[in-house]
Design a protein around this ligand. Sequence first.
Ligand code: SF4
Length: 230
Amino acid sequence: MGGQLAFFDGGPAPPAPAEDLRPPAPEAVTPGQQSLWPGLADDRPGRLTDLARRAGDCRACSLREGCRGVVFGEGDPSARLVLVGEGPGRLEDEEGRPFVGPAGQLLDRILAAAGFLRREVYITNVVMCRPPANRVPQPDEVAACLPWLRDKLAVIRPRIVLCLGALAAQTLLEPGLSITRARGRWHEREGVLFMATFHPAAVLRDPGKKRPVWEDFSQIRSRYLAVAGD
Ligand code: SF4
């Protein structure tokens, strides 16, 4: 894998999968305090499709009133690597797919440069409905949507989870965590490796974050290859 940062400088993004998986309305839980792995998965594609179908009817928080629909996530239902962002933006809401706007296009380039096909990972967000004016989701909204994320991860059972940005890291790792201090470090939880890095949107705002993000993805790739043969 090359160590250059060329993927930040534009160029065509790799083709995205056509899948549009949508998901349920379990009880709200407190971020960082609930088990992410309630059970083993058998039929992962089928279970994920069922989860997406149920989530499409979710009205567990007020975000659903202001968006077009639930953006469940997409990718390989058996992915070893799951990426978790913050929430859908305008384009994601319009298309019903995660990470398709400018930040998503940058993420596509980062993934490609790191040696990943977008379709071999799974991409989702902490909240599945677009917050008004793209504001940061509120704690009650995160808590309401966390069971969906927990169930999604329980079905996919990834080996590695990459938190894109502070909200994902605070939700899945530790409330109040500083993304600047926590990024690039491995955390293990219930046999799953977690890492946090800056959100691609933050990289677009601050080019100084390019190198640390690249270093984090390099670590992710190395560990991904190591677990691929397990
Ligand atoms: S953001 Fe999550 S919890 Fe809130 S309505 Fe949408 S799917 Fe349900």
